[in-house]
Design a binder for this molecule. Structure first.
Ligand code: ADP
Length: 261
């Protein structure tokens, strides 16, 4: 049970009278805390690549005669860090757009077949032949935002590739269930211990920070997934065993299924 704190403000009114305003600050305190946390995390995430870039720029200024091979390797590292900052900023913008109250959902037919084919192609490019990827589609198109659904499903599939060692298998399924259309992606990767599962959709929450960075993660992917699913009245179901693998399933409500083309 959440504790509620009641605060009474006394506000002078028309020089004489006073009115009392009662206000539950627990919720606003919570939002404030989340905002502070987000700013602290985002600044920290941006500071690391910036420090690397500034360090190499300083070396370039101080040592103009640096060996070309060394200089090129510094440039390569700076480009990587620049790309990391770009991914972070793009994910932060996507999140803030999804959270903004006046950002309305514009529903359209989400063409599942072509969307999943594209997602599989991207996953194959990321995997570079290191995983076996399969996809079964036996369910209807849905009504929703194609861009948002693509970004959510693609985040789940990208994670499956990134957290599954070489030679692993990744299976994508789109089907119809009694509750409505369902998507799931199953991998036989590193898995997640139960204590982490409920926190995975928090912004910047990662089980293993260094691994997430190595695999180019921003720590915002599942937060984006969560917001897209909320907007589509869908649920995320996570089933995972460390060392065995994970399944991330998205259950859409049956009312958004489009049965005829
Ligand atoms: P990241 O950019 O770090 O991948 P996400 O929000 O997409 O951020 O995921 C949060 C964390 O959840 C990841 O850092 C990783 O620890 C864990 N995770 C997500 N998907 C999987 C998966 N398929 N297998 C194992 N761990 C996963």
């Amino acid at each position: 049970v959440r504790e509620r704190k009641l605060v009474v403000h006394v506000i002078p009114f028309e020089n004489r009278r006073q009115i009392l305003v009662t206000h539950d600050i627990t919720e606003s305190e919570r939002i404030d805390m989340m905002r502070r946390d987000f700013i602290a995390n985002a600044s920290h995430e941006l500071r690391t690549p910036l420090t690397v870039i500034n360090g190499f720029l300083e070396i370039a200024t101080m040592q103009p005669d640096l060996d070309v091979a060394i200089r090129n390797s510094h440039v390569k590292l700076m480009v990587e860090q620049g790309e990391r900052m770009q991914r972070l900023v793009e994910d932060m913008l996507t999140l803030s757009r999804l959270e903004s109250a006046d950002f309305q959902l514009r529903p359209e037919r989400v063409r599942i077949h072509s969307m999943l084919s594209q997602i599989v192609q991207e996953a194959e490019a990321l995997s570079a032949g290191k995983h076996q990827i399969s996809c079964e589609i036996d369910g209807p198109d849905i009504q929703g935002s194609s861009d948002e659904i693509r970004s959510a499903l693609s985040n789940l599939v990208t994670n499956a590739v990134r957290y599954t060692p070489v030679n692993g298998t990744i299976k994508l399924v789109w089907k119809n269930t009694q509750q409505g259309p369902q998507f799931y992606v199953q991998d036989n990767g590193i898995g997640i211990s139960p204590e982490h599962i409920s926190r995975l959709t928090e912004r910047f929450y990662r089980v293993d920070k260094s691994r997430s960075r190595e695999t180019q993660g921003t720590g915002l992917g599942l937060a984006i997934v969560k917001h897209v699913l909320i907007r589509h009245h869908a649920h995320l179901l996570i089933d995972s065993v460390p060392g065995v693998g994970s399944q991330f399933a998205v259950q859409f409500p049956s009312r958004i299924a489009l049965l005829d083309d």
